[in-house]
Design a protein around this ligand. Sequence first.
Ligand code: COI
Length: 354
Amino acid sequence: MDVMQIEFRQAERSRIHEVDFNNLPFGKHFSDHMFVADFVDGEWQNQQIVPFDNFTLSPALSSLHYGQSIFEGMKAYKNDVGEVLMVRPLDNLARMNESARRMCMATLPEEVFMGGLEALLRLDADWVPNTPGSSLYIRPYMFATDTFLGVAPSKTYRFCIFTCPVGTYYAKPPKVKVETEYIRAAEGGVGYAKCAGNYAGSMYPTMLAQQAGYDQLLWTDAKEHKYFEESGTMNVMFVIDGKIVTPALSDTTLKGITRDSILQIARHMGIGIEERQVSVDEIISGIESGRVTEAFGAGTAVVVSPFSVIGYKGKDYMLAEHPADKSIAMRIKTFLTDIRTGKSDDIFGWVYKV
Ligand code: COI
């Protein structure tokens, strides 16, 4: 990738020694540098790698008022010889551009996204953890930068990538509650876009669920609250009669790249897959009858996260914890992690070496 057009300003002093790599809460420690580019006069310019620092922003910045703001989540790992690996970065770019189109924002050319990403990861390679369960979380995002209060698409945007070393997202299997009052997305809306507002809208119902003792929500459809859509920050999957059953994608669900990787791995392992409508009743009665043996979330941040409890209409339905070699979710997680860390062959052609 051509990185000639990126200007570099290196941090005077690395902050890496201030971080305890054995204790990495999600999203709290930021690596030394960030990549920044601006969309001005119809083109991406001012590509820079600079020390991670605050931006100076106008109080009238349009994204702060009307929410033209999108993001991605990716991860980098180290292999045994210290090389930095990512998987499927171009799928993140494709999804980011889909989000951009829906939010009426500028799209990103591959040279800017990949050029910035590679240059940043090369410079901050020491920040990529190599302890099991840890990785470097990568946050590419874009926001509108016009200083204008009319409700109209901005003509200017900033794209930025920064990274943080992270451990596991959930310390223990989350308890999730089926949401039957609030909704995350409706047909024709922005549910499939990774836009900031989707996360803002989820916070109040999630807070209510947390006050009731749960960690996260299971969103249901906007019309009837009858079918599962996804969970907060992840897609959702169930194991029914030994098969993986997951809600089919639609414009109300995020097109998860981890979701797709899991389905491809499951197919390769000979595990049955069904992508279809999954009703709450089917899962609740399946837990009661023993046909539903696992339920888990899948996403970049969590990778694969088995649920311990599903709460529905005031009752808790428990999901047994299986030993790692007996759990379909955990077997797939190990398979994916081994590809990402270079421990096993890249049979799907996903690995991108920096
Ligand atoms: C990710 O998995 O990267 C996400 O987008 C979840 C994030 C909001 C924590």
